[in-house]
Design a protein around this ligand. Structure first.
Ligand code: 0CG
Ligand code: SF4
Length: 319
């Protein structure tokens, strides 16, 4: 970078397509909103409904109470499970306590739960590719009492010790790096050639599409901004992917976190958002980058998402 370019303001913002809310997040937020309208505050939500600070604060202001332990939910309350899903133990405990329950688990996460239960009945043991401690991993692994082994990377594959290898199936978290998951799946196949891979990738369409858009955009920009909260797996993967492709990248929870030096001498700024990050934050980020000197915004071409999931029963206002 020469001295002249250091003072050049960013000229153009390139907007990734698709970006932001997926169908599972839309549905999960709608479930909380409707429960608040229909039953009134407070509505209890187990874990952040989706991993986004703005969304959680907005729902808190409307009367949602976010908890981790069911002990913190009073008798007779309405309880919503987050989009990431819950274990069988949490489901059973919530039912035993008699809460009115609405399940905002994304149908694409539920699909993995159903597959695990079905193959378990057939005698399968599982290797799950995912991030330890992530609520979706806890929920999916918690579909069974035992027999699911977590691998986080290729090195873990060498260490995993299934009780048998004749009936072994691979499942994954929905929001992983597509490329890392493929490498880990290949290592599993090399060590356990019989292991059954998911029929269709467990990684969801939204994760795949947002990563594909970053792959197209990265070589065309000098820096990539990802709107997303630190707890959001799929958002983190977008910034990480850009960096792997050699593009400087920063993830921000809101426009306030943007730093002027990131844009100095950068002609093109890429902008995307994780599946849990609302468009209002993207607009605020655009305004801030414009205030720092960007003059235009250009939307990239990308595939249009039309996926929509139905709401659970019992949430229509006049039902
Ligand atoms: O990406 P993860 O799984 O951490 O979840 P987030 O809430 O950010 O987004 C989609 C969902 C559920
Ligand atoms: Fe569902 Fe994928 Fe969205 Fe998660 S990121 S809520 S799995 S569509």
């Amino acid at each position: 970078m020469n001295a002249a370019s250091v003072s050049t303001p960013p000229q153009e913002i390139l907007l990734a397509e698709p970006r932001g809310f997926c169908a599972g997040v839309d549905r999960a937020i709608e479930i909380v909103e409707r429960a608040l309208q229909k039953f009134g505050a407070p509505i209890y939500v187990r874990h952040e409904i989706v991993h986004n600070t703005y969304v959680v604060n907005d729902l808190k202001a409307k009367g949602a109470i976010f908890i981790e332990a069911l002990d913190d939910v009073p008798a007779g309350a309405t309880l919503i499970f987050s989009a990431h899903g819950v274990s069988r133990a949490v489901q059973a405990e919530a039912a035993a306590r008699g809460f009115q329950i609405f399940d905002a688990t994304c149908p694409l996460v539920t699909k993995v739960h159903v597959e695990v239960a079905k193959l378990h009945k057939e005698g399968y043991e599982f290797i799950m590719i995912g991030h330890k401690g992530h609520p979706e991993v806890e929920g999916t692994m918690g579909q069974l009492d035992s027999g699911i082994h977590l691998v986080e990377d290729v090195a873990d594959v060498a260490r995993v010790q299934p009780a048998q290898t004749a009936l072994l199936a691979v499942v994954t978290q929905t929001t992983l790096s597509v490329d890392d998951a493929a490498d880990i799946a290949a290592a599993i196949k090399a060590r356990f050639p019989n292991a059954r891979q998911p029929k269709q990738q467990d990684i969801c369409y939204a994760t795949q599409n947002r990563q594909d858009a970053v792959k197209v955009m990265s070589p065309q920009v000098d820096v990539l901004i990802v709107v997303g909260s630190p707890t959001s797996s799929n958002s983190n993967r977008l910034a990480e992917l850009a960096r792997k492709l050699g593009t400087e990248s920063y993830m921000v929870d809101s426009a306030d976190e943007l730093q002027a030096p990131w844009f100095e001498g950068r002609q093109r700024v890429g902008l995307t958002a994780g599946a849990s990050a609302p468009e209002i934050l993207v607009r605020q980020v655009i305004d801030r980058i414009k205030a720092l000197g960007a003059v235009s915004v250009r939307k990239m071409d990308g595939i249009e998402e039309t996926v929509k999931f139905p709401l659970p029963k019992g949430l229509k206002l006049h039902e």
